[in-house]
Design a binder for this molecule. Structure first.
Ligand code: SF4
Length: 181
């Protein structure tokens, strides 16, 4: 078999999981040389359209708006295997804390009430893409084959999951999966 094709996507999130992927440094270059071809990844490849088919989709972030849902569903359709990377994708994570509040209250706070917002601010009539009333982790909207929590997961854990998928074996992961200083 030739190189495995990979797509990565960021839904609502902080980009930290993609930074962790880039923190693989030379290991990422080794993977690119020997085993994988990245076809869709906004931090590495200038490709705007999700490919029709890839072997593995690596998805960061949770479902906060219409666009998140569309991207997640499209990638599920395109990929043989979907990996939820990071605590936001697996469980909601930091973004899931928004579920403690009503969406209207969040918009009111962000656009009118923060200390750095002047009192004349208005909440937008329309938000594009449309926000959902609550945040959902990836497994609530699509089937997920692998979950790799961590905020962010260690770079080597991301590499291990991808490598294990390519080698058709179970990933060997540490019992704690947080980046350390
Ligand atoms: Fe950012 Fe952590 Fe969410 Fe990854 S899991 S997107 S690092 S907040």
């Amino acid at each position: 078999m030739g190189k495995a094709t990979i797509a990565t996507a960021q839904l609502s999130s902080c980009v930290g999981c993609h930074v962790s992927l880039l923190d693989l440094h030379e290991k990422l270059l080794d993977l690119l040389e020997d085993a994988i071809e990245i076809e869709y990844c906004y931090v590495l490849v200038d490709q705007k359209e999700i490919p029709e088919h890839v072997n593995v989709a690596v998805i960061e972030g949770s479902i906060r708006n219409e666009e998140d849902l569309e991207v997640a569903e499209e990638l599920r359709e395109a990929a043989d295997i979907v990996v939820a990377v990071g605590t936001c994708a697996c469980y909601g994570g930091v973004h899931g804390l928004a579920n403690l509040y009503q969406l209207d209250d969040i918009l009111e706070w962000v656009f009118k009430e923060t200390p750095t917002t002047d009192d004349e601010g208005e909440t937008p009539e329309e938000v594009v893409p449309e926000l959902f009333g609550y945040v959902r982790p990836l497994p609530e909207v699509i089937d997920v084959d692998y979950m790799l929590p961590g905020c962010p997961p260690k770079p080597e854990s991301i590499a291990e999951v991808i490598t294990a998928i390519l080698e058709d074996r179970e990933p060997e992961l540490p019992t704690t999966n947080l980046c350390e200083e």
